[in-house]
Design a protein around this ligand. Structure first.
Ligand code: ADP
Ligand code: MG
Length: 354
């Protein structure tokens, strides 16, 4: 199972192999050299696939990405000492401050995407996430928090629009804002990694961050085939075709959760109720930009089966697959055209175009 974005690994490893990843590449024949490496970052196993690159260069590129990811993880950690945790202390103390340069682009992107999602993607709700016990890399809290504690945080109504950015200067109009980039940091990291690959003249590659994918180019002229796992945990639900610069991100209720009195409580919080969002099992989004894909997968998960379509339009998302908690798969026509469903146990509903 994927560990949360925030969990920490002291030591990472590189395992290199020339074998193609069966999950991503399917059965097509290798014409160009394929280099795969794995390392731990962002609390998950990162798998890098580079096609058509000599091995010596591929090893250097992979080591560079590993070091980039390590730095990003240190910069954006929500509760361990990091620029984010220091900024959270300044916000809580109502202080104006100069933003750490490493944080500013992620902060600005988060403010924009939060507003576009009508605040369903809301990285200002760190206090709520903490209250539910999801800001913790150890054992999860086993009991939901009391309603009055949730209500107290809901009344404070922390939002990204409370944060005022003026050049490097930041202040928050709301001391209850607490930043948690768990729903966007990995996407932003994958986007930077893809840009890094392009700078290094790598034309065909996959960055697989625990099932969330950034891709460029193709596999020997064939589209990449990206696996989407079934939220019930039984195998794959679909293979999605990707080519060119695209990212495919999934938010699922199976990633982190706990069971209390027979009910499962997962880690994607509806900022309107302060509780785990209801009605959705998983959402998969394709977008050219990984940061947008990550934030949108979370926002559409919260929007749920009745509101995902209008939220996708607001966020400019053109490809969505949502699996609701009854197991029905909802897709827009363009997504359906790019998807090979695996097995036939799901009812499928095709929406209007996006
Ligand atoms: P996954 O862990 O499946 O990739 P997400 O990208 O949706 O899922 O990220 C979930 C994480 O984002 C949570 O662990 C929490 O830290 C944070 N989070 C939870 N709910 C929200 C929300 N509504 N808006 C922004 N961040 C959220
Ligand atoms: Mg997300």
């Amino acid at each position: 199972m994927r560990k949360p974005f925030k969990s920490v690994f002291k030591k990472s490893i590189i395992i290199s192999t020339l074998l193609a990843s069966a999950l991503l590449l399917g059965a097509c024949e290798n014409k160009q050299p394929v280099y795969n490496s794995n390392f731990l970052a962002f609390g998950t196993v990162m798998k890098i696939t580079l096609v058509g690159i000599p091995r010596e260069k591929a090893e250097k590129v992979s080591a560079l990405l590993e070091s980039d990811f390590e730095k990003m993880h240190e910069m954006w950690h929500a509760w361990q000492p990091s620029p984010v945790s220091r900024v959270n202390v300044l916000i809580a103390n109502n202080e104006a401050f100069a933003s750490p340069p490493s944080l500013l682009p992620l902060l600005t992107r988060s403010i924009q995407l939060s507003e576009k999602s009508d605040h369903l993607f809301n990285p200002a709700i760190g206090h709520l996430i903490d209250l539910w016990g999801f800001q913790n890399s150890k054992a999860l809290q086993r009991k939901p928090p009391a309603d009055d504690e949730i209500m107290r945080l809901l009344k404070a109504n922390p939002r990204m629009s409370d944060i005022i950015v003026d050049g490097f200067h930041i202040r928050s109009n709301n001391s209850q804002v607490r930043l948690d980039f768990g729903a966007i940091g990995k996407g932003y990291g994958v986007e930077l990694a893809i840009k890094r690959l392009q700078e290094l003249d790598v034309k065909n590659a996959i960055v697989n961050a625990g099932g969330d994918i950034g891709s460029i180019g193709s596999r020997d002229g064939h589209p990449w085939r990206i696996a989407v796992r079934s939220p019930s945990g039984q195998g794959l639900v679909a293979l999605i075709h990707a080519s060119g610069k695209e990212s495919i991100f999934t938010s699922g209720n199976y990633e982190r959760n706990f069971v209390w009195e027979g009910e499962t409580f997962h880690h994607i919080i509806d900022p309107r109720t302060g509780k785990p969002a209801k009605g959705t099992a998983s959402v998969t989004v394709i977008h050219p930009d990984a940061t947008t894909a990550d934030a949108a997968a979370t926002a559409l998960f919260v929007a749920g089966p009745t509101k995902w379509h209008e939220t996708a339009i607001k966020m400019g998302i053109k490809h969505v697959m949502m699996i609701d908690t009854d197991g029905t798969i909802h897709m827009n026509p363009a997504m359906a055209a790019r998807t090979d469903l695996q097995g036939s146990k799901h009812e499928v509903k095709i929406s209007k175009a996006l």
